[in-house]
Design a protein around this ligand. Sequence first.
Ligand SMILES: [Ca+2]
Length: 303
Amino acid sequence: MRIKACYLAVMLVAAGAVSPLWAPSGAAETEGREGAPAPKLLWSTTFDCPAWEQSDGLSRKAVNCDGLSGFGGWYIKGYEDQITAEANHPVGGGGKGFRHWEGDGSNKGGGGIFFQFEAPQPEFWVRWYMRYEKGFKWKGGGPHYDKLLYIRSPKHGSAIVALMYANGIGIGNYHGPGKTFASRRGGWRDIMGGEASDGRWHCYEAHLKLDTDGTDGVIEIWVDGKKTFRHDGQNYKGHVGCKGWNSILIGSNQSAPANGRPMYQDWDDIAISLKGHIGPLPKKDAPPAGRSRTHRTGQERGR
Ligand SMILES: [Ca+2]
């Protein structure tokens, strides 16, 4: 890993107008899920791409992975965000995964990666798998906040943020009244079974529906297939000209890890649907002897 100057994620700035970062590619368009037909996916990635780290460049061309681009140029010295085989979800779609580093204190970490829709969307579901390095801990026993996804609109450059808290999980709604809404349970401590990360992959999904009159927006969040949070009545300012959201930042800022060194947050098997709840990937049997699990799951995608 190359060592460069230290940058801190003190603030996130709104993304400027850029060309669409995604065009249909070889990424899977559907995924099965247990007990229900799978919705057609707008986009998905299992990071079946070349290895990448931030100093390789932040452009879509430099990242070279299913239309993703880098976002912030900041990182902790010696710990760049990266696409690496070490971050692969072993029972997912194969390839690699995205590794986002988080350092002690507030808002010290890598710059994340970025997906842009071709057009603003008033409703979508985004499903992802994520694990924190085993033993990852926070000052006070859980995250004061960990901003997982920054979801922006071209009308309102500020963001909806999927948030992890010590006890709950929810959103920060910065389009509207600037409030946060979160569950009282089902957050870090419940997911991890204590104060320290279990080091396991967990499945997360968020559903956002834009309001039409300032009172009927929706947010839903699932963890490991179970709905953890729903809040109706959101004011996302859809009634004042916002046509939808058009970008998602994956991996952002947080407060306050307490590990004595940077520790990682891995992401993989990210999928976006416009047509309904996606759900976890279908469970796979153990790979046959003599064949790598990554190779086998890569074949199963039917690519
Ligand atoms: Ca993968």
